[in-house]
Design a binder for this molecule. Sequence first.
Ligand code: HEC
Ligand code: HEC
Ligand code: HEC
Ligand code: HEC
Ligand code: HEC
Ligand code: HEC
Ligand code: HEC
Ligand code: HEC
Ligand code: HEC
Ligand code: HEC
Length: 304
Amino acid sequence: MRTAWYRWGPVLATLSILLTGVSASGRAQQVAWEKINPAFAGAKFVNDDKSCATCHDAVAHKFDGSAHAEYFKAGKTAVAGTCESCHGPRSKHVDDSKPVAEWKSLTKAQQSGICMQCHAGGSRLTYMTGAHAAGELSCTSCHAAKAPRGGGAVLARARATESCYRCHASTKAQMAKTSHHPVREGRMDCVSCHNVHGSNPALLKHATLNETCNSCHTEKRGPFLWEHAPVRESCANCHSAHGSTNRKLLNKKDAFLCLQCHSYGGHINLPRYNRTSNPYGEGCVNCHMTIHGSQHPSGPKFTR
Ligand code: HEC
Ligand code: HEC
Ligand code: HEC
Ligand code: HEC
Ligand code: HEC
Ligand code: HEC
Ligand code: HEC
Ligand code: HEC
Ligand code: HEC
Ligand code: HEC
């Protein structure tokens, strides 16, 4: 039996929402405006930004130069993207000028719901169950809806990192340590590892911590002939992701790192191996050099 091409329409539309995060119809989710404020009941969409501009000249002018205005004009939303897509049906307001939904009086969930009309998919599929939604952040905690296009993602601050440090001062302190991922240097960003819209543990980009690390450090992925159990379990057993005062982002100073789990270095009766009493430079990994796992047939002790 042949399937008419148009039957794929809904499937493709859903796929497109998932992939781009923007609904082709411009309405992935509906907002119940009367629930936000009963005063919206009976109001209709004017769908005419010019009528808003008669009283909101300055705001309308600012909005005109924004990324959103550009996207709306380009018809990226099939349903008219207008002032009212964020501010609700305003036919009554145009007549009586009474405030109905001042942004800061809305709950964070209501604010996010308004943006989610067009942005429910993509990386934000599970935003509402993630740590940032739970932490009472809405989309506009990080984004400025009327910002001009430029810095990308219309963030309230110029760079993602700066917008994060506004609230995560302790991460800033970690990133300032001698050994650190090159975020300070601008070679990567918080969002290289985190999906701030997501809901994974620690809002990581990938399902597990190791998958996140291995997405860049692919050579650590394995599988190895001889696995080192704590590596398989979690890179965080030995590394601090943000920064450390020890070399190579290590949690503990060389030999002490291993001695947390291997009493006496595994060879107490052989003094030449005893790293705690001998100045062997970088310690255990001088000999156990394939510490992340070995492919060598005679590498079960990670010495080759
Ligand atoms: C993409 C969503 C969005 C669109 C579209 C939008 N606004 Fe807003 N507007 C907001 C948000 C969010 C606020 C809250 C303040 C802020 O974050 O800038 C706001 C605030 C306002 C305010 C309160 C005064 C102020 O500056 O805080 C007015 C008035 C306003 N908008 C009018 C308009 C008009 C008129 C248009 C169309 C020309 C428009 N908005 C389009 C999201 C939007
Ligand atoms: C006849 C003048 C007039 C027109 C037309 C008008 N507004 Fe307003 N609007 C006002 C006044 C006055 C306020 C301030 C009310 C206050 O703060 O007490 C206001 C406040 C607002 C606010 C902030 C408070 C709230 O209710 O959320 C938004 C957003 C807003 N208007 C959006 C719009 C949009 C969108 C349109 C076009 C559909 C529009 N306005 C048309 C006069 C007007
Ligand atoms: C009527 C639909 C609509 C609503 C409502 C809406 N947006 Fe958008 N937004 C769009 C479209 C369309 C784009 C362009 C996306 C694309 O083409 O990939 C966009 C782009 C963006 C971008 C990316 C900007 C860039 O330059 O890359 C951000 C961030 C964003 N919106 C945040 C918000 C926030 C925050 C709100 C709520 C205050 C909101 N949007 C409400 C339609 C909407
Ligand atoms: C904690 C801060 C934060 C919050 C909260 C947040 N965002 Fe973002 N958003 C970002 C950052 C940072 C980027 C840039 C991501 C990147 O470059 O990979 C971004 C990117 C985007 C983009 C453009 C890229 C894309 O994913 O399509 C859109 C659209 C967007 N955000 C919409 C939203 C909406 C809608 C909400 C609310 C449901 C929201 N954001 C909540 C920080 C945030
Ligand atoms: C407006 C304040 C604010 C901003 C801006 C902000 N965050 Fe958050 N963040 C929070 C809150 C609140 C929580 C939830 C409570 C907590 O775990 O600290 C949180 C949680 C997190 C978590 C998860 C913590 C956990 O233990 O699960 C990560 C990761 C995170 N934020 C990263 C970022 C990144 C990356 C950015 C920048 C794109 C950012 N945040 C911007 C306030 C903010
Ligand atoms: C190299 C990857 C990577 C980068 C880059 C990164 N993070 Fe993280 N972040 C992680 C991992 C992994 C965890 C979870 C640590 C754990 O569970 O032991 C984490 C945890 C967090 C937490 C939860 C609390 C904590 O410290 O454990 C916050 C908040 C956070 N990161 C914010 C940020 C901010 C802000 C930036 C940018 C300045 C950033 N991260 C950059 C990988 C990274
Ligand atoms: C987005 C890519 C990316 C991700 C994801 C990533 N890293 Fe890195 N990592 C880098 C870059 C870039 C460097 C710096 C390499 C250089 O300077 O040559 C680095 C360096 C390192 C170093 C060496 C630091 C030093 O002082 O020499 C360690 C250890 C490390 N990463 C561990 C991790 C761990 C653990 C994770 C997961 C929590 C992780 N990385 C996730 C890109 C990444
Ligand atoms: C059992 C402790 C331990 C675990 C777990 C561990 N590492 Fe390491 N890692 C080390 C030590 C020790 C060094 C320093 C090696 C050296 O100096 O020769 C290191 C160095 C590194 C380096 C920088 C030098 C290099 O070899 O490229 C990267 C990148 C790295 N680790 C990534 C990871 C990733 C990704 C994971 C998780 C899959 C992980 N590590 C898990 C102990 C560990
Ligand atoms: C978080 C705990 C932990 C840390 C930290 C750790 N290891 Fe291990 N290591 C293990 C476990 C568990 C095994 C598997 C033991 C087994 O199979 O009996 C193992 C196995 C080994 C083996 C093979 C032993 C054998 O009996 O075949 C060597 C060698 C080794 N580790 C060296 C090191 C060195 C060197 C370091 C420091 C860079 C280190 N380990 C850090 C937990 C750890
Ligand atoms: C001079 C090189 C050298 C140094 C330094 C060294 N090791 Fe070893 N280690 C070896 C060799 C070789 C073996 C394998 C011995 C064998 O197969 O009998 C071994 C075996 C082990 C084993 C497995 C013991 C067993 O029962 O099979 C562990 C665990 C271990 N080392 C941990 C450490 C730790 C932790 C340190 C640092 C405190 C360390 N080693 C420093 C060379 C070294």
